[in-house]
Design a protein around this ligand. Structure first.
Ligand code: ADP
Ligand code: MG
Ligand code: MG
Length: 250
């Protein structure tokens, strides 16, 4: 699904990612952990193709295709979804209408016609039922006055509707409360399948009590310095990052 080879990237001439290698297969959930400032959000942004991030070296492959040269929108259309840490408010645009537009934009980019209204309604109903989202929520103005939990619910709903191949959830700085964590985790657990993959970026082991990752990677100073299974996350929770820094001589 995703293969990253020797990725070096910089922001404002400052080198941040210094040789990332990562392979995520369909059906897998990978967690990326690491101390603040280690480059986790940068990695997410670079995979999603956000502007301002310069790839200096290396390749990002999505289903075997090099996507280095594609912009964020093109990557989104190919099935890369990055959660928003700071979602925008769009007064007067309902959650439903926003989703309809997003879906039809994606279809347009693929040369498809707009989704017929009845099909759209069916999709919205199906996904909102799966995620236990009520009708009232769907008619609310996008992100306007949303609580932290509601923002997360909206984000997960977007993910459900768009059915990404690769979902990247960057939860590091969002100060999730337990409700919001459960919403994200339930959503991810319900949406994951053998045909998609999820990369969860988190600073806290907590989230991984609910989303059980197949692999855990530790990012330190722009490099993945250790990989393991969910036990590694528990070890980090208990021991912090210092022992890893010593182990790798950082
Ligand atoms: P993490 O998500 O692991 O906390 P980040 O990827 O946000 O780490 O940041 C890694 C480093 O890159 C930090 O030193 C941060 O200050 C720097 N950085 C990230 N984004 C920018 C930016 N837009 N402009 C300048 N420096 C940035
Ligand atoms: Mg940070
Ligand atoms: Mg971050």
């Amino acid at each position: 699904m995703l293969k990253i080879n020797n990725l070096h990237a910089s922001v404002e001439e400052k080198s941040i990612l210094k040789g990332i290698n990562l392979e995520v297969k369909p059906g897998e959930v990978h967690a990326i952990m690491g101390p603040n400032g280690s480059g986790k959000s940068t990695l997410a942004s670079v995979i999603a193709g956000k502007e301002d991030y310069e790839v200096e070296d290396g390749d990002i492959l999505l289903e075997g295709e090099n996507i280095n040269e594609l912009d964020a929108e093109e990557r989104a259309h190919k099935g890369v979804f990055l959660s928003f840490q700071y979602p925008v408010e769009i007064p007067g645009v309902s959650v439903t209408n926003f989703m309809k537009t997003a879906i039809n934009e994606t279809r347009k980019a693929k040369g498809l016609e707009e989704m017929p209204a009845n099909e759209m309604l069916k999709l919205i109903r199906e996904k909102s039922e799966l995620l236990e989202i009520d009708r009232k929520f769907l008619s609310r103005s996008l992100n306007e006055g949303f609580s932290g939990g509601e923002k997360k619910r909206n984000e997960i709903f977007q993910m459900a509707m768009l059915e990404p191949k690769l979902a990247i959830l960057d939860e590091t700085d969002s100060g999730l409360d337990i409700d919001a964590l459960r919403i994200v985790a339930n959503g991810v657990n319900k949406l994951k399948s053998k045909d998609n993959a999820v990369v969860v970026i988190t600073h806290y082991q907590r989230l991984l009590d609910y989303i059980v990752p197949d692999y855990v990677h530790v990012l330190l100073n722009g490099r993945i310095v250790k990989s393991g299974t969910k036990e590694l996350a528990l070890e980090l929770e208990a021991k912090g990052y210092d022992w890893i820094k010593e182990e790798v001589g950082a």
